[in-house]
Design a protein around this ligand. Sequence first.
Ligand code: DCP
Ligand code: MG
Length: 369
Amino acid sequence: MAMTPPRKIIHIDCDCFYAAVEVRDNPSLRGRPVAVGGDPGRRGVIATCNYEARRDGVRSAMPSSQALRMCPDLVILKPDFDKYRRVSEQIQTIFKRFTDRIEPLSLDEAFLDVSDCQQFHNSATRIAEALRQQVREEVRITVSAGVAPNKFLAKIASDWRKPDGLFVIRPEQVSEFIGALPVEKIFGVGRVTAERMHQLGIRHCCDLQTLSRLELGQHFGSFGERLWHLCRGEDDRAVHNNRRRKSVSVERTFEENLPALHHWLAVLPALEEALSRRLANLDNHYLVNGLYIKVRYDDFTSATCETPGGLADREVFENLIRSQWQRRPGAIRLLGIGLRLKDALPARQQDLFPEEKRAALALQRAGRS
Ligand code: DCP
Ligand code: MG
């Protein structure tokens, strides 16, 4: 069997992205602990913070009030998502100088497949350095990069020398690198799974490698098969350009918990309106492929309730909220609604599928209203 040469994947992740952009635009903040996030008096949380603030223990998703207690000098700024989107687009144009095989994961993160890039004699390491330098000079923020033969390892590598770092895992280094990797670094291994592994005496990927596929399946269910590959540093997922949006949703956190079903339902009109605005901003090559609601209870556990279907209709959301209340009544601090999306057929083919056409029209109406 002919062996295909290993891929050359770069994973780019901006350093404390929102905070870096804010400090860039306001030099008086340089050297001070800075966070971007919500108002501490209104249950706001930290979206991100710079490394000065991280030294005091401030972290993403921490309540802003707690962050201020840990770091009293912390400057908390309101997010400016439009600005971050513009900066993100500017970075993407730099990526496009090297390849068009780009898969953005979020505003500040992307995979690039540079296997066929002819610049720098096809050296992925030098391409990554050039990318980092061009972003630094033209956008004036720093990004960290990981270079590896696949996405899984490239993503771990970009984190390895953060901030402003580059880390390269060559194909011949994979087996040594992965063996020593703590299991917590595997994407999909959260706190609970890691704890279970520790109880089995498994701390590093080399320990996982001693388990058979069958044993991995017995301990970790459907994740077992994927784990078998990941703990060997294997990942054959391709870099998909223009990843399509899979869902669109809006949610609200309340200043006071909502204790009763009628309170839950009362929020729905405002959420629907916000969702419509979101939809209006999407191009319309999507069809609705399911509806869901999400709640977070006062003990911070979350739940979602979902139904298939193509029409984004008030009654369906109401029924989902009612079923969640039946499943578990109680006070909630957050409620969200969302739509699962799938790609629409080209307009001409829609005539062949009246159901899909109807759904597309409903989506457009929802977007306009
Ligand atoms: N973000 C957020 N809420 C979170 C995590 C992140 O709003 N819980 C936002 C703010 C970040 C951006 O997403 O700037 C990118 O997320 P990262 O996890 O990459 O975090 P940063 O880029 O801020 O920091 P790092 O230097 O660790 O990459
Ligand atoms: Mg980042």
